[in-house]
Design a protein around this ligand. Structure first.
Ligand code: EPZ
Length: 418
């Protein structure tokens, strides 16, 4: 076990490259099943969730190995179609493998993905879409038994723009005869990255990034070499770190067009943010001002994954901020830990009211979930004295090495055995 030790109130100064995107590489790893060939994923982040996906692929009979920051996956030898309960419990988002396995193997079996720290994580939209494409799904007894005699493309309408459902149905539709359109699709940049990967493998997918995605199925896909997009939430985290601690940082290969709702609020709070093709520069040299209500929403709205880290950046601002978490039912678990540092936050249902305080004090705190843990790191950089942060397994799911990156930006942070 290890913990982070952070000494706060030190201005940041430095630059760091931004890792590949967790929420892009996970569906892309599932999509490799469709190729039955070798895929080289460059800029692939070394994360716990990627490791679990590799375990799943290997358990299904595929090969996978690392070459520096390139993950090479060969799915020619795929022979299984079952994902073990143990691996499902390790990573509930493994449900993303369903669509590709049904498209390739005409069957799939996995235990129902449970909820997570953020609350219930239903997959009813995934299952409804797979059934509409011609999959028989028996979901009694906690295990999903899926099989098909062949998938047939058709129009699918999502009742809400679910990221995972959009991705799962894009993958299944690649294996369906004819054309599939997904209406009210999620519009996240990671969906565009998945489309670009599929098309690099010979698929014909159009419209990702808009509310209607069209897939012409039945094509024989092949392997490719693909570079994963930079992680926009990791970039948001480090921008919030600079806002919290003040200083001047540069995030190499970060793309502001993926983060405009976050950078707009940071500018409103008083940060100077500039971007060019090389990355994003952020400069902050004074106490932040409160901003208008922060309401999380599906892309291009304010990302729910950046809610916790922005809250942490605004804890010492002048004035009061109001957050409204509209995507997940239990995404304020970091609040109690932030209050231990002296934050003034009141939560009522989906709303959190954050009154700016003059000072935060370093404290011993525990990560409650992935982005809540990142928020503790951001807050610790703004706090007087020493903070220690435990339960780092949550952070390791989505940050390749937050200690390395924040150190490169000038933070006094160490990872030590606990
Ligand atoms: C993806 O989760 C991301 N995970 C999440 O990032 C992110 O917070 C979320 O999208 C929203 O942007 C990955 O990409 C691996 P959804 P996903 O389906 O696909 C409800 C992180 O921190 N819903 O868009 O599970 C659901 O309950 C993680 O990196 C249904 O009701 O999100 C939620 O309220 C956390 N039925 C809302 O939709 C369904 O069938 C959005 O979920 C599916 C979803």
């Amino acid at each position: 076990m290890s913990r982070l030790l952070v000494y706060g109130r030190k201005q940041l100064r430095g630059e760091t490259p931004i890792q590949g995107a967790k929420n892009s590489v996970l569906p892309i790893l599932a999509a490799t099943i469709l190729t039955g060939d070798t895929v080289a994923l460059q800029h692939c982040p070394h994360l716990r969730d990627v490791d679990i996906s590799v375990q799943i692929l290997r358990a299904l009979g595929c090969d996978a190995h690392w070459e520096m920051d390139t993950l090479v996956v060969d799915t020619a030898g795929l022979k299984g179609w079952k994902i073990s309960d143990i691996l499902m419990r390790e990573m509930r988002s493994s449900a993303i493998f369903l669509g590709a396995m049904i498209a390739r193997c005409h069957q799939a079996e996995l235990s129902y993905p449970g909820g997570c720290e953020l609350g219930p994580r239903p997959i009813d939209l995934h299952l409804a879409g797979l059934r509409a494409l011609g999959t028989d799904i028996d979901d009694s007894g906690g295990t999903l038994h899926c099989q098909t005699c062949g998938l047939l493309g058709r129009e699918l309408v999502l009742s809400l723009p679910s990221v995972g459902a959009t991705e799962n149905l894009m993958l299944a539709a690649c294996g369906a005869e004819g054309c599939t359109t997904i209406t009210n699709a999620a519009r996240e940049p990671e969906i565009v990255d998945l489309q670009d990967f599929l098309n690099a493998c010979g698929a014909e997918v159009r419209g990702a990034g808009s509310s209607t995605v069209t897939i012409i199925g039945g094509k024989r896909l092949h392997g490719c070499t693909y570079t994963v997009m930079p992680d926009r939430i990791v970039a948001a985290t480090y921008l919030c770190a600079a806002a919290a601690a003040t200083g001047e940082i540069f995030l190499r290969n970060a793309k502001e067009e993926h983060l405009t709702t976050v950078t707009a609020l940071l500018r409103e709070a008083g940060c100077e943010i500039k971007n060019d093709t090389a990355g994003i520069a952020c400069c902050c040299h004074r106490r932040l001002q409160a901003v208008g209500p922060i309401r999380t929403a599906a892309y291009p709205g304010f990302p729910t994954d950046a809610q916790a880290v922005l809250m942490a950046a605004l804890l010492r601002c002048q004035g009061t901020n109001v957050f409204e978490e509209n995507i997940f039912s239990n995404r304020y678990r970091h609040v109690d830990e932030l209050v231990r540092m002296g934050a003034d936050i009141r939560v009522s249902g989906r709303v959190a009211v954050v009154h700016g305080v003059e000072q935060l004090q370093g404290a011993c705190v525990c990560c409650t979930d992935l982005r809540g843990g990142a928020a503790l790191c951001v807050a610790a950089l703004a706090a007087e004295g020493k903070s220690c942060i435990d339960q780092l397994r949550h952070l390791d799911r989505g940050y390749e090495d937050i200690c390395r990156d924040l150190s490169a930006l000038g933070a006094d942070i160490k990872r030590v055995a606990s």
